[in-house]
Design a protein around this ligand. Structure first.
Ligand code: ZN
Length: 287
């Protein structure tokens, strides 16, 4: 399979409609990392901090994989935890998803601060829901690669349940950055025609690393336990069927980058089993 890595980034105006409902009016500027989270990090003494947002767009089209890799639109001056996106309506932002933020805050705070302690099932479910919500908002920063269909987001808003086929992992990190997000999206199909889409968001928040892998196919695109073993990640969603201990690895900054780059590597894409449980979707179903 050939690799074409000279694909220019497509233009990407933000979606006009709320990500989680059909509201077309004014959208609020969502801090995708909530205020409680930003408050956990000291303000930088100068303005030299730059937010980390990496985007990889992989499009598999017949025998060629087109690759664009670079900084996303949120890679700009300031802390990553202070960046915003105008993609949610008032109701979804403050009420529906605000409740999930409140629920997640006491569970996530110690993990972000580096206290890695075992969590029970209920807490792990909340962490997984928070990671999925954050991924849904973050991936809107690169509209051409939004990979979670709207129907999944609408259902999530009311249930907080990750869409079918979603995998969520966590691990501790020693990274000194406030936060970073890396979105790696895979589009299988022609540019304008029916497509399958999958994405992997690797999110570092303080000393916590989260990874969310989704597929528009509604089936997991990688083997849950194999991926956990290969990368030293704790599988937290779906609840693993057996309690096999996973050797969870502590990652430094370089380890975070490696983790982000290895998923959907061109060589691995060729080995993804043919996606075919659902008819491919039109590009519009993702916006
Ligand atoms: Zn809404």
């Amino acid at each position: 399979m050939g690799v074409d890595d000279h694909v220019p980034p497509p233009k990407n105006p933000l979606p006009k409609q709320c990500l989680f409902c059909d509201h077309n009016g004014r959208l609020t500027r969502e801090d995708y990392f909530p205020e409680w989270l930003a408050a956990l990090f000291p303000k930088a003494p100068n303005n030299k901090t730059r937010a980390t947002h990496k985007v990889t767009r992989l499009r598999a089209d017949g025998n060629t994989i087109h690759v664009f890799e670079g900084d996303g639109r949120q890679a700009k001056q300031g802390r990553t935890v202070d960046q915003t996106l105008r993609v949610l309506c008032q109701s979804c932002n403050n009420e529906k998803l605000g409740r999930l933020q409140e629920r997640a805050k006491p569970i996530l705070t110690p993990l972000i601060q580096g206290v890695w302690i075992p969590k029970g099932r209920v807490d792990l479910n909340t962490i997984a829901s928070w990671a999925v919500m954050t991924t849904m908002v973050l991936e809107a920063a690169d509209p051409p690669t939004i990979s979670i269909p709207k129907r999944h987001r609408v259902r999530f808003r009311d249930t907080y349940e990750p869409p079918p086929g979603t995998l969520v992992y966590m691990a501790p990190t020693t990274s000194k950055k406030d936060a970073a997000f890396n979105h790696r999206a895979l589009v299988i199909g022609l540019e304008e025609g029916p497509q399958h889409r999958a994405q992997c968001t690797t999110l570092q928040v303080g000393k916590l690393l989260l990874q969310v892998i989704t597929s528009s196919e509604e089936v997991a695109i990688v083997d849950q336990m194999e991926h956990a073993d290969d990368f030293g990640l704790l599988p937290i969603w779906p609840p693993p069927l057996w309690a096999e201990p996973v050797n969870v690895r502590m990652r430094d900054q370089a380890g975070v980058s490696e983790l982000y780059r290895t998923v959907f590597a061109p060589g691995a894409i060729a080995r993804i089993p043919s996606l075919g449980t659902r008819a491919p979707g039109n590009p519009e179903e993702f916006s």
